[in-house]
Design a protein. Sequence first.
Length: 336
Amino acid sequence: GEDEFRTIKAPAIAKNGITVGSSLNEHFTFAQAYDTSATPLRNGAAAMRIFGNVSTVASGSLAYVSVAEFGKRGFSSQLNASIVVGSPLNGCSAFVNAGAIAGKFVLVERGDCLFSQKAIQATSANAAGLIVIDTSATEGRARVMGLGTMSGQMFEELYAFSIPALLGMALKEACHTGEVYAFYPVTSPLFNKGLVSSFSSKGPSEEGRIKPDVVAPGEYVTSARSGSTECTVGSSLLSDAGTSMSAPVVAGTAALVRQFFKRGYYRPHGSSAAESVFEPPAALVKAVLIASAVPLSFVVAPTSSSTLAALSATGAGWIDRHNSVQYLSKSALPSM
């Protein structure tokens, strides 16, 4: 298009604003998708290899799935199971084809009821796993499923994950035309946290300004859930992805930098705390954040060499509070 490779738009192009991109969180640091440890990946991605003599899905193709906040953890062996389309497709009531689902992955669509209700129906049908098609995520990574207001049941005997709509529709069609089965999880490493998120906008601005200015983890980040009326892990926490998750990380760091100057911790040439107190201008706070950043580098396989991420996608890089200001213990501070 006319913007070539540029995807960044207003208000992120503002000259004096701090534009924040998103990178993968440390959930995605190299770890085997096939993991026999007690605490494998949570709220992250795992890999599933799909086989079948069908035209809509290439046999042997690899799919990355978003692991739910609930469900089975740890793998004593790799699971090979057929995929069966649930009836009803929304998975909100008892499956009429429960006999065909037993011991297999049941494929359902997102919506019409809580994920916990879909998990209850899958468990009642003795399914080995629950695959939910994220109908709003056409491509890229599907949203992570949580339990919402449901608490006290984690469905620890059920594999649960979500897939984007295009893959889901292809799988659904494939299941109607022939047998489809999957190996899950696949023994392959995941991309590491130096990767920029696929949804993070790329610069430069139309004026040639480098944007974003910095990046921070935004895929996936666990945060407090707004509007929750309960106090359980399932209802009070939310794992989500987006620059709406990475921007607060930078905002919090900016607040610490501002406090550093306002409280008089910056003391050039041995000046006293009282002499050092001042209100830092926004430009100074931004400059400190940019100066603290470290370039992003990533690898896509354990044996490959490290590659620097593009400046147009990362700006100065990943903010690092430890590089921005020097904090001392209370006892090490000189007296007022």
